[in-house]
Design a protein around this ligand. Structure first.
Ligand code: NAD
Ligand code: GLY
Length: 364
């Protein structure tokens, strides 16, 4: 097992990464203060892992909330079953919520924990690659609004994160690839050597080689832990973690939540960021091609799809991006690239060049 630490003073917490960690009854209890627990999961994950997780908490007053599965349920109303159960059971401020699932369950459970009685403890047990490398770490919680992704939420850090890499064995290939998008993101932000490692190990990752996956998860979590420790509330450099996300969120919202996976949308968004960076002369087409090749090796898309006949026009992109969280004082900030493995945040881009990128990727 590898243990990393997210260093946030008195709110610091460990990330445990390893195989079969759900068999270890000793890891989580030190991070639970009361005797009350609510495990939140969904109807896909419950039959796979809920019994195993319940055995970890046989000594606690334990409730289970099983939500429907899907990004489309990550809404304000979608968290009410969690709040209702907490109220019905009169759970007090020492209750701990446990998120068992991917990023959707993690974001929703974390947000419910942030608002119930103005904040109670929660723990993340991420079961997708995307959640193990990104969403379970860093304390961003929340839900979507029909007009914008993750627009309602709170910063609320978990007490610990337990990433049992064995749970990835039941994940389907498309979801594994979606997680690889966020792994590639870390390489593009600040590590050409990790980029090269990914190039040499992508087939091992696609084939779920445990050592390759463990290294990719460890590298990603360490990177994220460093960024979060330095800028917890995204007042500066944490925004780099949004590489590909401004375009990606517009794609997810524009196509309808759930029609393009978050990781797929981020992959396309990174291709769009590379395109815009080339148009400014900040990277050359050789670097762009290396990026596209790596994304494709992870079996991820680099073009905006048309799903159920839904297309995204340039106008739609502009509208959705204007509502993005990276708009500050009316100015859009984007994460763009200036070398392989080097990204930066800027509002100083040419809007005509952005228009050209949008035209190159729009489908209507
Ligand atoms: P997800 O939570 O929808 O999970 C993907 C699918 O895999 C679901 O159908 C789920 O039921 C299923 N699943 C989960 N674990 C499984 C397992 N072990 N075996 C079989 N099936 C399993 O999607 P995701 O990609 O994990 O997360 C995407 C969400 O995370 C988005 O809403 C995104 O906005 C959010 N996100 C948040 C942050 C953050 O910092 N909070 C960061 C990145 C992404
Ligand atoms: N996924 C972006 C962040 O956590 O900041």
């Amino acid at each position: 097992m590898i243990t990393l630490n997210v260093d946030l003073g008195e709110r610091s917490y460990p990330i445990f990464i390893g195989q079969d960690l759900l068999n270890d009854k000793s890891l989580i209890p030190p991070y639970i203060s009361g005797r009350q627990i609510v495990i939140v999961t969904n109807e896909t994950i419950a039959p796979l892992y809920l019994d195993k997780v319940l055995t970890l908490f046989s000594d606690y007053q334990c409730e289970t909330v099983i939500l429907p599965d899907g990004e489309v349920y990550k809404t304000y109303d979608g968290i009410l079953p969690i709040i209702d159960r907490l109220m019905e059971k009169k759970f007090d401020r020492r209750v701990t919520l446990i998120a068992l699932g991917g990023g959707v369950i993690g974001d929703m459970t974390g947000y419910a924990a942030a608002i119930y009685r103005r904040g109670v403890n929660f723990i993340q047990i991420p079961t997708t690659l995307l959640a193990q490398v990104d969403s379970s770490v860093g304390g961003k919680t929340g839900v979507n609004h029909p007009l914008g992704k993750n627009m309602i939420g709170a910063f609320h850090q978990p007490k610990c994160v337990l990433a049992d890499t064995s749970t990835l064995n039941t994940l389907d290939d498309r979801q594994l690839s979606a997680g690889l998008a966020e792994v590639i993101k870390y390489a593009l932000i600040n590590s050409s050597s990790f980029f090269n490692w990914l190039g040499s190990n992508m087939s091992a990752l696609n084939n779920r080689d445990p050592d390759a996956l463990a290294y990719a998860i460890e590298f990603s979590c360490q990177d994220k832990a460093n960024v979060v420790a330095a800028d917890e509330r995204e007042e500066g450099q944490r925004a780099l973690l949004n590489l590909g996300h401004t375009f990606g969120h517009a794609i997810e919202t524009g196509l309808g939540y759930g029609n393009c996976l978050h990781g797929e949308a981020v992959a396309i968004g990174m291709a769009m960021a590379a395109d815009l960076s080339v148009r400014h002369g900040w990277i050359d087409t050789t670097v762009q091609q290396q990026i596209i090749t790596l994304i494709e090796q992870a079996n991820l898309p680099t073009q905006v799809p048309v799903v159920h006949g839904v297309r995204i026009s340039v106008q739609k992109f502009i509208e959705l991006m204007a509502g993005d969280k990276k708009v500050l004082d009316g100015q859009l900030h984007l994460v763009l690239m200036d070398a392989l493995g080097s990204s930066f945040i800027t509002s100083d881009f040419d809007t005509e060049k952005l228009n050209q990128t949008l035209h190159a990727f729009a489908t209507a």
